[in-house]
Design a protein around this ligand. Structure first.
Ligand SMILES: [Zn+2]
Ligand SMILES: [Zn+2]
Length: 401
């Protein structure tokens, strides 16, 4: 079955396109079987494409392959613009171009390849780190560390003018549709608010998982959150729900104050040279039990470290640059007895935890309204990148209904 909203691509002369698609499947390491001819045709969809680092973002027509064995095509309903997308285009992360942006989205299964267990019409959230379920980490219950980790950019499909295309984190979700392995989609209940459901796939899974799975915040504990983008705000909400009683939200922008308090913070503090003193004043001079660094910079990791009590935990949630070195004193590491760890994708198993978060969204125990600063059309998506670069708002979400 195909989605009537999408235009089938004209058959390519000499079948060059299909050969290219087969080659891509072989790049998967044979994970989904060998070159079985797709039953249906490639489709052309509109997508947000970066042609190079720092290049202007444009909506382009791109050609997606038909779903092969074990793959599905998902019609996108809503996709968030995440800081990692910005890192792809501003050079912080190594990316290959032309690149379809986006990796945080919800949609509906529109077409299933041979052997897929998914039914047409199933609402899903995309998962940018599908686990292989066979490697050493997967077998010990740590699928977020799967050895088969998705590369930052994955080759698939092509531009309308025939240039091989790359997809952000194997998804390229800022588009009318994606074609992905079915392991990269998680079914969710119907009827969720689409803009909020999209965030389950990155910001919310990451932020909530950092609190529940990585740091394991307990009732009555104190928390500091450094950096109040979409993930930082999700950490605040989850800390409140975990029963933390002192929840300090920290950012360089005063404009984040109202958002932070609405998300569950008990205090908003500006990140300036009075910060450590302000935190001590609210924690009986000890520092917080848990600090969450949601920026991905050495300076803010050090700040989070200094705000944490002796024996407390610092959880790095932000993804930083490989040459940004964090300097800590050897005596300080010993004497402070703090634990420094990272939270990759919220130390979560998306197949298990996205449905849990979706149910919490339905029953109202998880309110993500504050995370969605606004929605816009796909054509307006470049504006969201400008706002994100300026640190404006929480999450900007592209909706395609
Ligand atoms: Zn993300
Ligand atoms: Zn694995």
């Amino acid at each position: 079955m195909t989605d009537p909203e999408l235009s089938p691509a004209a058959p390519a002369g000499g079948d060059g396109h299909l050969q290219a698609h087969r080659a891509h499947r072989h790049d998967d390491g044979g994970r989904y079987g060998s070159a079985v001819e797709p039953a249906s045709a490639p489709v052309i969809v509109r997508a947000l494409v970066a042609r190079g680092s720092g290049a202007e973002l444009r909506i382009e027509r791109v050609r997606l392959p038909a779903p092969g064995p074990g793959e599905v095509r998902v019609t996108i309903r809503a996709a968030g613009v995440c800081h990692s997308d910005l890192s792809m285009v501003n050079g912080t992360l190594a990316a290959r171009f032309p690149l379809v942006l986006g990796h945080e989205a919800t949609g509906v299964v529109a077409e299933a390849g041979p052997g897929s267990r998914l039914r047409i019409g199933t609402p899903v959230v995309l998962n940018w780190a599908p686990a292989c379920r066979a490697c050493w980490w997967c077998r010990r219950g740590e699928p977020w560390l799967c050895a088969d980790t998705t590369a930052p950019t994955v080759p698939r499909g092509e531009t309308d003018d025939g240039v091989p295309l790359h997809l952000t984190l194997g998804l390229g979700a800022l588009a009318e549709a994606v074609v992905v392995p079915e392991s990269a989609v998680v079914p969710i209940p119907a009827g969720l608010p689409t803009a909020q459901a999209a965030l389950l796939g990155c910001a919310v899974l990451t932020g909530v998982g950092a609190v529940r799975n990585t740091a394991r915040v307990a009732p009555g504990e104190s928390v500091a959150v450094v950096g109040l983008g979409g993930v930082g705000l999700a950490v605040l909400s989850a800390a409140r729900r975990a029963g933390a009683t002192t929840i300090l939200a920290i950012d360089v922008a005063e404009a984040k104050r109202d958002l932070a308090l609405a998300a569950g913070a008990t205090d908003f503090l500006l990140s300036d040279d009075r910060l450590a003193k302000e935190v001590r004043a609210r924690t009986e001079s000890r520092g917080v039990d848990h600090a969450f660094e949601c920026v991905g910079r050495a300076a803010t990791i050090r700040a989070a470290w200094r705000l944490t009590r002796r024996g407390g935990g610092v959880t790095v949630v932000g993804m930083g640059a490989k040459d940004d070195m964090v300097s800590l004193g050897a005596l300080d590491i010993f004497h402070s007895a703090r634990t420094l760890r990272s939270s990759v994708y919220g130390s979560s198993d998306p197949d298990r935890e996205v449905p849990v978060l979706a149910r919490e969204l339905v029953d109202g125990s998880l309110d993500l309204g504050v995370l969605v600063s606004g929605t816009m059309s796909l054509d307006e998506a470049p504006v969201a990148f400008d706002r994100l670069a300026r640190g404006e708002g929480a999450r900007w979400v592209v909706t395609l209904d």
